[in-house]
Design a protein around this ligand. Structure first.
Ligand SMILES: Cc1ncc(COP(=O)(O)O)c(C=O)c1O
Length: 445
């Protein structure tokens, strides 16, 4: 068999990859198998996967019961759509299960898609249709945050606040506005966490006032921001966002694509602050990546506005071929069983505290500017000795991630933030085996 790394270089055009960087010096990492929190590459080298693949392998790799459930499902029924009054039994069963789980948030309807971007797109379109049907068609704008990541399709990209992801695809879809992120370490207002009066949350109010409350459909945010650098908001932030949304009749969309299913030490991120969104977006750990699936949930209020009879034009004319794919739904059912049965949410909380404790030991190093996290989602931000950021061209974070890779640890560099998001099944020895080499590398530097 030819080395798959050669095939990668010759045939693949990989997402979010500068293909020109891949050469003899930087070989692509081609993974061929996985078990628990560990994966093995095409050369037989084993790694601890400190990033749960792409923030999603919450139950870990190699779960035969998920594989078998998907296999059995494919044998019974490979696919049937959920369009136009049809569906398949597993999609219905999973929808019921999810509504049950998200009862505290008031969710009562599930709209399936194939992944996070599609699920965000669904949420945005639901919000616009809701207001249009309520006779408030001027309420079409969305407010999100700088540094947010909501996906890559044009609507989700409009909400995304990572400049680099947007720049080459301008012009964006009209109607998106961005406020500052609740990033205390780099507070855009130069304030301190305990005395800031949550100016970043209040910016939502000022922006709604500026745009006109009668023009704003929804606010969308990740409970803990992921790709923008693992940004944990200060206490009170989300309660303030919710208060402002209610005051101005603006829908609140929680993008839980990363934070759903235990990542932050609660089943869903918004539970940390008791926030009840109008719309919730899920993907990734809904199946732990065993098969692609996204879901957008909402309560009865939004659903009922779209209810009517054929010909009235009120139905939600939106959907993806693979909305509610039976094999993906079967995988999700067993995935959720595992999360619940093995107490992975509590494990995320407990081992998350341990991970953070271990990472805080690194704070004494001159290169470590900031350590923060929630559950098994954490950040280590690297800075120069004087506390200033490194010049982006130095790619210090990437250099550290590459050194870690050589030591058999997969962690992601989000700029100069080393990001941790391991499978929730990771144990403390494996956490040590990630943190110790990082410490050694930073000490040597
Ligand atoms: C918060 C959030 N929303 C949406 C998405 C998009 O999901 P997908 O890559 O499945 O389209 C991501 C992907 O990382 C994400 O982190």
């Amino acid at each position: 068999m030819t080395d798959p790394r050669e095939g990668y270089k010759r045939y693949l055009w990989a997402p979010f990859t500068q293909m020109g960087d891949i050469d003899e010096e930087v070989e692509p990492l081609v993974i061929v198998s996985g078990e628990g929190a560990r994966v093995t590459d095409s050369q037989g080298k084993e790694y601890i996967d400190g990033h749960a693949a792409l923030w999603l392998a919450n139950v870990g790799f190699g779960r035969q019961e998920i594989v078998e459930a998907a296999y059995e499902q494919l044998k019974r029924l490979s696919y049937f759509p959920s369009f136009a009054g049809m569906s398949n039994d597993v999609a219905v069963t999973l929808a019921e299960r999810m509504v049950d789980m998200m009862e505290p948030e008031g969710m009562s309807r599930v709209f399936f898609s194939s992944g996070g971007s599609e699920a965000v797109e669904t949420a945005l379109k639901m919000a616009r249709q809701y207001w249009r049907l309520k006779g408030e068609g001027r309420k079409f704008k969305f407010i999100s945050r700088k540094k947010s990541y909501h996906g890559v399709t044009m609507g989700a990209l409009g909400a995304t606040g990572l400049v680099g992801n947007r720049r080459l695809f301008e012009p964006m879809v009209p109607g998106f506005r961005h406020i500052e992120a609740p990033h205390c370490y780099h507070c855009p207002y130069g304030l301190e966490r305990d005395t800031c009066n949550l100016v970043c949350a209040n910016e939502l109010e000022r922006t709604i006032e500026f745009e006109g409350p009668d023009t704003v459909a929804a606010f969308i945010g990740e409970p803990v921001m992921g790709a923008g650098g693992v940004i944990v908001p200060p206490d009170g932030y989300w309660q303030e966002i919710e208060r402002i949304c209610r005051k101005y009749d603006v829908l609140l969309i929680a993008d839980e694509v990363i934070t759903g299913f235990g990542r932050t030490g609660e089943m869903f991120g918004c539970r940390h602050w008791g926030v009840k969104p109008d719309i919730m977006v899920l993907a990734k750990a809904l199946t732990s990546g065993y098969l692609p699936l996204g879901a957008t949930l909402t309560g009865e209020e939004i659903f009922k506005v779209c209810l009517g009879k054929h010909g009235e034009g009120k139905e939600f004319r939106h959907g993806n071929t693979y909305s509610g794919h039976p094999a993906a739904c079967a995988a999700a059912m067993v995935n959720i069983d595992i999360v619940e049965r093995e107490g992975l949410v509590a494990q995320s909380r407990d081992n998350g505290e341990y991970l953070l404790e271990r990472l805080r030991e690194l704070e004494a190093l001159p290169m470590v500017g900031n350590v923060d996290g929630l559950g098994l989602m954490a950040r280590v931000e690297l800075v120069q000795e004087d506390g200033n950021p490194f010049p982006p061209a130095d790619m210090v974070g990437l250099g550290v991630a590459r050194q870690l890779m050589r030591k058999g640890i997969i962690l992601r560099a989000l700029g100069d933030v080393i990001s941790f998001s391991p499978p929730l099944v990771i144990d403390r020895d494996e956490i040590d085996a990630m943190v110790d080499p990082l410490g050694e590398i930073l000490r040597d530097m």
